[in-house]
Design a binder for this molecule. Structure first.
Ligand code: SF4
Length: 458
C-alpha cells in the first residue's frame, strides 16, 4: 500500500486518532455508502469491540461515531460543533443519518464488547442498518491507528490518499530507503517529495506546488495548535481534574525571557497534547496521543536555529517529509496503534520520526537520519499504554514532552557519529513489533493495567 504524507499528517480532532478520528471517518464512510438509500433507513445499530469499547468513553469514540454517521468528517468538522451536537443527540436520543433521515440512536444505545477482539485488529466497529423493505445492510471497520481506517471486505482503506497508486521510489524498509538515496542521488525528503508529487498526479510544477503548500498548511495547523495551547487556561475535561500547565509555563518563559531550549520543547509538546485532550483541532503525527512531539521539535528548531529559520519553508517541508518517510516504515513493518503494540508504537514512533527529521534539517546524511530515528525508537521500546480513566491525559501529555527532548538528544548523538551503528532501524522496528505482540492486552489501550489501575481516578 502506498502511504501519503497527508494521511500520516491528517488534520482532525482530539483526543485520539484511533478512537476519535478513525471512528468518525468510518461512520462517515458508512453513511456515504448508503446515501442513496437514506430515506428508507429505519434504524441504525453500532457495536464497538476491543479497545474502542474499553476506553471509547474517555476517548470520545461514542460521539465521534454518531457524528460520523451524520456525515461529519474529522478534517472539516468544527471541534466546538462536536460538543454541541453531541449534547443535542444525547438530549433527543436521535441522530440525522447521513444528514438526512432522523433515526433513534444515542451513545447509550451503542453496544460495547470490550473483551471481544475481532480477527484483524482490536479497534473494530460494526454498523448495521434496517431498511423500510425489511432488508439490512452491515459493514465492519477497523480503526488501525493514526486515523487510518480499513474495511473488513478487502484491503480498502477509507483514507483520502492511501492506496495502490504507484510511486517512483517505493520502499518498505529502512535499508531499502538507504539504498535508494545513493542510487537516485536524492536525499530522504527529496525521495518522499517525488513520491508525493506522483500521488498528486505529477510530475508537474502544479503537483509540486500543491504538495509544498499542503505541507506548509499542515505546519500552520500544528503551529496554531501550539499557540492555542499556550493561552488556553483551565482544567481538562473528563473528571480527572488535570490542570492545563502549558499556559503557566509559557507565561513564565516569556516573562523571564527564557532561552532554555528544553523548556520550550516541553511547553510546545504539552500545549499540543492539552489541546488534544480537550478535543481541539489536531494533526496526527503519527497519532493524536503522540501529536505533540513532531511539532514541538520543529518549533524548537525554528526558534533556536537562526540558520533554519532563514530557510523556513524549505526546512518545514524537508522536516515533515523526512518524518513521514520514517512513519511509513512503522506503518508498514509494525504498527502506530497503541491498542496494537502499546505506547512504543505511538510516542516511540513519533520520537523516532522527530529525531530523524531534526537530523535531516541539521544537515545529516541519510545514514545519520536512519541512526537518529533508530535511537529515537530504541529507547522507547517496551513502552506500555495505560492511560488513567481511559483519557488521553496521564501519562500522555508529559510523555510527549519527555519524548520531544529525547528526540533532540537522539538527533544530536547521531550527528556526532558518521551514521554507522550496531542496531539498525529495521531491527529496532521489528523488535518493537515483536514486543508489542508479546505485550499483555491490559497494557494496550484498555486501561486495565499499569497506571490506570494503580492510580485512583479521584
Ligand atoms: S499512553 Fe501513549 S499510546 Fe496510550 S493513549 Fe497515551 S499517548 Fe496514546
Amino acid at each position: 500500500m502506498t502511504i501519503s504524507v497527508f494521511d500520516l499528517f491528517s488534520v482532525g480532532i482530539g483526543p485520539s486518532s484511533s478512537h476519535t478520528v478513525g471512528p468518525m471517518r468510518a461512520g462517515a464512510d458508512f453513511a456515504d455508502e448508503l446515501r442513496s438509500a437514506t430515506p428508507t433507513v429505519r434504524a441504525v445499530h453500532v457495536d464497538l469491540y476491543g479497545s474502542l469499547a474499553a476506553t471509547g468513553r474517555g476517548h470520545g469514540t461514542f460521539t465521534a461515531v454518531l457524528l460520523g454517521l451524520e456525515g461529519n468528517r474529522p478534517e472539516t468538522v468544527d471541534p466546538d460543533y462536536v460538543d454541541k451536537r453531541g449534547a443535542e443527540i444525547e438530549a433527543t436520543r436521535r441522530i440525522r443519518f447521513a444528514g438526512a433521515t432522523d433515526v433513534p440512536l444515542c451513545t447509550e444505545q451503542i453496544v460495547l464488547h470490550p473483551l471481544t477482539v475481532l480477527p484483524r485488529h482490536t479497534n473494530a466497529i460494526r454498523f448495521r442498518v434496517e431498511l423500510a423493505d425489511g432488508g439490512t445492510h452491515e459493514a465492519v471497520y477497523y480503526s488501525v491507528g493514526g486515523g487510518f481506517v480499513e474495511r473488513e471486505s478487502g484491503a480498502a482503506t477509507v483514507n483520502p490518499l492511501a492506496g495502490t497508486r504507484g510511486v517512483p521510489h517505493d520502499f518498505d524498509t529502512a535499508s531499502g530507503l538507504l539504498q535508494l538515496c545513493p542510487r537516485t542521488g536524492l536525499t530522504v525528503p527529496q525521495l518522499m517529495l517525488e513520491n508525493e508529487i506522483a500521488l498528486h498526479g505529477g510530475p508537474s510544477d502544479i503537483a509540486e506546488r500543491e504538495v509544498r503548500d499542503g505541507l506548509l498548511h499542515i505546519w500552520s495547523v500544528m503551529r496554531a495548535c501550539i499557540e492555542r495551547g499556550f493561552r488556553a487556561e483551565g482544567v481538562l475535561p473528563g473528571g480527572l481534574g488535570v490542570k492545563r500547565r502549558a499556559p503557566g509555563l509559557y507565561r513564565r518563559l516569556i516573562e523571564s525571557d527564557g532561552a532554555d531550549a528544553m523548556d520550550w520543547l516541553n511547553v510546545a509538546a504539552m500545549a499540543v497534547n492539552e489541546e488534544n485532550a480537550c478535543g481541539g483541532r489536531i494533526v496526527t503525527a503519527p497519532t493524536n496521543g503522540a501529536a505533540g512531539i513532531v511539532p514541538s521539535v520543529l518549533y524548537y528548531a525554528l526558534r533556536f536555529r537562526s540558520s533554519l529559520a532563514a530557510r523556513r519553508d524549505e526546512v518545514i517541508c524537508d522536516y515533515l517529509l523526512t518524518a513521514a518517510a520514517i512513519a511509513v516504515l512503522y506503518k508498514k513493518r509494525a504498527s502506530i496503534s497503541g491498542a496494537e503494540v502499546g505506547c512504543q508504537g505511538e510516542v516511540g514512533s513519533a520520537c523516532s520520526m522527530a529525531a530523524g527529521a531534526l537530523a535531516q534539517i541539521m544537515g545529516a546524511t541519510p545514514a545519520q537520519v536512519e541512526n537518529a530515528a533508530e535511537i529515537g525508537i530504541e529507547h522507547n521500546l517496551g513502552l506500555t499504554c495505560d492511560p488513567i480513566g481511559g483519557l488521553v491525559q496521564i501519562p500522555c501529555i508529559e510523555r510527549n514532552a519527555i519524548a520531544s527532548v529525547k528526540a533532540v538528544n537522539a538527533a544530536r548523538i547521531a550527528l556526532h557519529g558518521d551514521g554507522t551503528h550496531r542496531v539498525s532501524l529495521d531491527q529496532a522496528i521489528e523488535t518493537m513489533r515483536q514486543t508489542g505482540a508479546d505485550m499483555l492486552s491490559k497494557y494496550k489501550e484498555t486501561s486495565l493495567g499499569g497506571l490506570a489501575v494503580n492510580v485512583p481516578e479521584c
